[in-house]
Design a protein around this ligand. Structure first.
Ligand SMILES: Nc1nc2c(ncn2[C@@H]2O[C@H](COP(=O)(O)OP(=O)(O)OP(=O)(O)O)[C@@H](O)[C@H]2O)c(=O)[nH]1
Ligand SMILES: [Mg+2]
Length: 140
């Protein structure tokens, strides 16, 4: 019988301002737990989420980048060869939502996709979606 087993590895960035909950979201997604104690990430942390579908395994290598890194020079190194990004904000802190644009600009200026294009088009789409979703949530 033919073996159709396939493995995929994707590098995914998780970015956003200090203390918005990036590490918490990853912890919940990967380890199904939550801690109310805040310990700021220093530099970058990693987590691996493994998804199995029939004959395929997807490994999401999640790069949990410290909020304070937006003002540093290391993000260019961290963004290299990423396949996707989540920009996180805290709904109770409007300044962290305004900062989403700054994070996106940081991505656009530094990230080059595997096809040689930059991340602008796709990121803009997801941003617009987030904004619409947030407006709806805030109004409801
Ligand atoms: N109430 C509440 N608190 C949360 C939520 N998500 C995270 N927190 C708390 O907010 C604080 C900051 O969360 P982190 O996940 O460490 O934030 P971060 O974005 O990783 O922060 P940096 O690593 O400094 O960039 C912690 O004390 C968390 O327990 C949430 O959905 N609700
Ligand atoms: Mg963190």
């Amino acid at each position: 019988m033919q073996n159709n087993y396939k493995e995929h590895l994707y590098k995914i960035l998780v970015i956003g301002d200090l203390g918005v909950g990036k590490t918490s979201i990853i912890k919940r997604y990967v380890h199904q737990n939550f801690s109310p104690n805040y310990r700021a990430t220093i530099g970058v942390d990693f987590a691996l989420k493994v998804l199995n579908w029939d004959q395929e395994t997807v490994r999401l290598q999640l790069w949990d980048i410290a909020g304070q890194e937006r003002f540093g020079n290391m993000t260019r190194v961290y963004y290299r060869e990423a396949m996707g990004a989540f920009i996180v904000f805290d709904m109770t802190r409007p300044s962290s939502f305004e900062a989403v644009t700054k994070w996106k600009e940081d991505l656009d200026s530094k990230l080059t996709l595997a096809n040689g294009k930059n991340s602008k088009h796709r990121q803009t789409h997801s941003l617009r979606h987030t904004r619409t979703h947030t407006h709806k949530t805030l109004l409801s």
